[in-house]
Design a protein around this ligand. Structure first.
Ligand SMILES: NC(=O)c1ccc[n+]([C@@H]2O[C@H](COP(=O)([O-])OP(=O)(O)OC[C@H]3O[C@@H](n4cnc5c(N)ncnc54)[C@H](OP(=O)(O)O)[C@@H]3O)[C@@H](O)[C@H]2O)c1
Length: 328
């Protein structure tokens, strides 16, 4: 009989690729979604759907007892929210509820893999050095704080089999966040905030999906930073996009204070309409951080994680998909 995996956040960007890889590895996939989730793009997959209520530990327990999962990948989460409280409730609170429900349900879960984020550690302030799993966490955003809290919540259940993955910025087919930058560059505009030298890191989404499935079968209670292993200067993403699209752009640097002002206005406007701001001060701080380069040596050693895509190869694949699906 096939082993059974519950994938939360299945309707999202990363969720799609997790499903694809889990099926590839011959797992029986249950996609957790909300009643409001859009799942038309998942219809071609041979999977089952379920709508667990993460706010209700009893309903979660019932869900787990009914389906007796072997594995859980917890990818549901918010990357933009109205307040720290909302980030914490969803990213950290749901993780706690899920972990506690697993133990109380009595199911023999072989592993829960939490998709955390490198934002939980935060960037380095200097160009020298590299973020490792030993780097003391100091998140610089409410989002990062909530992901760190999610990790801490999980660690409160030592009898649970779990692993924590901290991917850096993930891009690839279906992504809508970094896509905003792809679209600007495709229009011939290359905007930057300020002029400081920076080190960025990236991870192509199928490499994340492969690492996640490997983590299901890996050692327990370990945390892994994930990227493609390289660092890139602030111009390299656009350079790769331009090369694939064969175009030239107008490059310009917006003053930091001007962007922060726009972010502030966006925050204010969103709070009036009770929505989460897409651009906020903390996002600007994360985008301007000096050093997001992280070591993936632990993931290589323990999970055999050798990313297939560097930025050049990943950007080419991503643009192929955006074009085929008329996003670009
Ligand atoms: N993308 C990145 O660069 C990146 C990097 C590091 C870590 N991560 C983490 O990876 C995970 C997936 O991110 P993503 O990029 O795939 O984001 P996404 O496309 O926005 O997907 C988020 C998923 O979480 C679900 N979700 C959101 N709020 C929920 C709630 N209140 N209850 C239940 N489900 C909820 C969404 O369901 P609906 O479809 O119903 O909204 C969706 O399935 C997140 O935990 C994120 O923090 C992402």
């Amino acid at each position: 009989m096939k082993e059974r995996v519950l994938i939360t956040g299945a309707s999202g960007f990363i969720g799609y690729h997790l499903i694809e890889e889990a099926l590839q590895q011959n797992l029986d996939v249950y996609a957790a979604m909300r009643k409001t989730s859009k799942v038309d793009h998942l219809r071609h997959f041979n999977i089952k759907y379920t709508c667990p209520d993460f706010t209700d530990p009893n309903s979660l327990k019932q869900e787990l007892r009914e389906n007796k999962y072997d594995y859980i990948i917890h990818a549901a989460g918010v990357t933009t929210a109205r307040s720290q409280k909302e980030y914490n409730q969803i990213n950290a609170g749901y993780t706690r509820n899920l972990a506690s429900a697993v133990l109380e349900s009595g199911i023999k879960l072989k592993k829960l893999v939490l998709i955390s984020s490198l934002a939980a550690v935060g960037p380095l302030n200097s160009l020298t050095g590299i973020i490792t799993e030993q780097t003391a966490p100091h998140p610089i955003s409410a989002y990062g704080n909530s992901k760190l809290m999610a990790e801490q919540n999980l660690k409160e259940f030592p009898s649970l089999n779990y692993s924590i993955l901290r991917p850096t910025g993930v891009y690839g087919p279906r992504d809508r966040d970094i896509f905003i930058f792809f679209k600007q560059v495709a229009r011939g505009i290359e905007p930057y905030i300020g002029k400081v030298e920076q080190k960025f890191s990236f991870l192509y989404v199928t490499d994340l999906a492969k690492a996640t499935i490997r983590a299901l079968f890996g050692v327990n209670h370990k945390t892994y930073n994930l990227s493609d292993g390289n660092f890139y200067n602030r111009y390299e993403l656009a350079a790769n996009i331009k090369e694939v699209l064969n175009l030239t752009t107008i490059k310009f640097h917006l003053p930091v204070n001007f962007v922060k002002l726009i972010a502030k206005v966006s925050e204010k406007y969103s709070s009036l309409s009770d929505k989460a701001a897409v651009l906020n001060i903390e996002k600007v701080d994360e985008l301007m951080a000096v050093n997001w380069w992280c070591s993936i040596e632990n993931a290589k050693a323990d999970l055999g994680f050798y990313p297939e895509y560097n930025l050049k190869a990943g950007v080419a694949e991503t643009i192929k998909w955006y074009k085929a699906n008329k996003w670009l």
